[in-house]
Design a protein around this ligand. Structure first.
Ligand SMILES: [Fe+2]
Ligand SMILES: [Fe+2]
Length: 167
């Protein structure tokens, strides 16, 4: 269907996020198993629960607009996930190297989500859709927290991995 106005664009963006979050949930479950750092693994399990909440909030945002939730294929997130899978099959990394690689993959996913939510929130506000903006802002806050965790915890875990490798 052609996207001819801002309201149709918001529907498109919600569909894109809906698709992305569903695929992220699947990828996150796989990546959680690859994590070697206990604190990171625990945080990833927590983010699985948060991601389920993101999907529910997007469904509520659709309903706030009197729309049925409908996913819109999002090649951006599929590309990030595919890159992760390709690295595994083509480079056949050690468990430790894969865990380190996953820090970068996780950050790429969170940054994608943060950018997509920021755009959709600005659009919702421009259209006066307060409820949609609030729901998406709640998701955004959890993505920002996860991104911060990955940066700080990731740096710590990578230092430890480099120390073990050098020993
Ligand atoms: Fe999310
Ligand atoms: Fe996330």
């Amino acid at each position: 269907m052609p996207v001819k106005d801002l309201r149709a664009l918001l529907k498109h963006e919600l569909g894109d996020l809906y698709f992305a979050e569903k695929h992220i949930l699947k990828a996150l479950k796989k990546m959680t198993k690859e994590a070697m750092d206990p604190a990171l693994r625990q945080r990833m399990v927590q983010h699985q629960g948060e991601t389920e909440g993101h999907i529910e909030r997007i469904e509520r945002a659709f309903r706030a607009l009197d729309l049925k939730p409908k996913a819109q294929k999002c090649p951006g997130i599929l590309g990030i996930i595919e890159e992760h899978e390709e690295f595994k099959s083509e480079e056949r990394p050690s468990k430790e190297t894969l865990a380190a690689f996953d820090m970068g993959s996780g950050l790429r996913v969170e940054h994608y989500e943060i950018a997509a939510y920021r755009g959709a929130i600005a659009l919702s506000k421009a259209l006066g859709e307060r409820e949609v903006a609030d729901l998406l802002a709640q998701n955004l806050a959890e993505e920002v927290d996860m991104e911060k965790f990955l940066v700080t915890n990731g740096a710590r875990a990578l230092k430890e991995a480099a120390r073990v490798e050098a020993a």
